[in-house]
Write a protein that binds this ligand. Structure first.
Ligand code: HEM
Length: 218
């Protein structure tokens, strides 16, 4: 088994793990957003609460949650390690730290946009789990979402975090495809555009929830 961990720790292994966990998280975000669209039904939370209690009653969910937690953990640890290794290599070689030619603001800020996403995740999960644990299976999650988003400070932070997640995804999407060698001159511009579209859809889709409740959505 040690050969497996050694290959994962090689520089290409690290990149592949990063791309795999990134694509897994990309898929998760799409499913998460699709489910959350039930918030906009304007039915006092009926559809959303039904959806979330059905999800929580599925036996497969705890297993998926562990997989998701591991995916996040590996992605974060590996992302910070890669950033640290690149940073050390750059400062040793050149002594001055200038951004490499052709790199975009999105690629240079991956560790920062990722870190804000991480802080957001901790706050998001704390309020979700705290409420589910304290109120039990019959928890009114719609009410939790609605009252949280009626607070302009929480909503403001949420919207900024979603914009930064969009920055992360804009580069992350194309970078993951590039890691797998999908960088053909003919098709790569299409992947880049698809990545930007995906990033905008996720950022606007998630940010539209606080905006909806701030504007009086019921
Ligand atoms: C839902 C959340 C997230 C998604 C969908 C996501 C997605 C991605 C994707 C697709 C990549 C490109 C992988 C590649 O280059 O092959 C990436 C890179 C990266 N992510 Fe995330 N990410 C998320 C959260 C985070 C978090 C919480 C951190 C915490 C620090 C983070 C840190 C990084 C870093 C540093 C890189 C660049 C790694 C490199 O140098 O290539 N990400 N992310």
């Amino acid at each position: 088994m040690s050969w497996f961990f050694r290959s994962l720790d090689s520089s290409i292994g690290k990149k592949i793990l990063m791309a795999l966990t990134g694509l897994f998280l990309i898929l998760f975000l799409m499913i998460h957003l699709a489910g959350n669209l039930a918030l906009f039904k304007n039915d006092g939370g009926l559809a959303f609460n039904n959806y979330s209690s059905t999800l929580r009653s599925l036996p497969v969910i705890p297993i998926l949650e562990i997989g998701l937690g591991l995916g996040f953990l590996l992605h974060i640890i590996q992302g910070v390690r890669l950033w640290w290794l690149n940073r050390s290599a750059r400062s040793e070689k050149y002594k001055i730290n200038t951004p490499s030619k052709g790199s975009s603001i999105f690629s240079r800020t991956m560790v920062y946009t990722g870190s804000i996403t991480f802080i957001f995740l901790v706050i998001h999960l704390r309020s979700y789990w705290y409420t589910v644990i304290t109120e039990g299976h019959e928890v009114d999650l719609f009410n939790l979402v609605k009252t949280s988003f009626q607070d302009p400070v929480y909503s403001g932070f949420y919207i900024v975090a979603m914009a930064l997640l969009g920055f992360h995804l804009n580069h992350g999407f194309q970078s993951a495809f590039q890691t797998f060698g999908w960088n053909h001159v003919k098709y790569f511009p299409f992947i880049q555009k698809a990545g930007t579209l995906y990033a905008i859809l996720m950022a606007v889709g998630f940010a539209s929830m606080p905006v909806y409740f701030l504007l009086g959505g019921q």
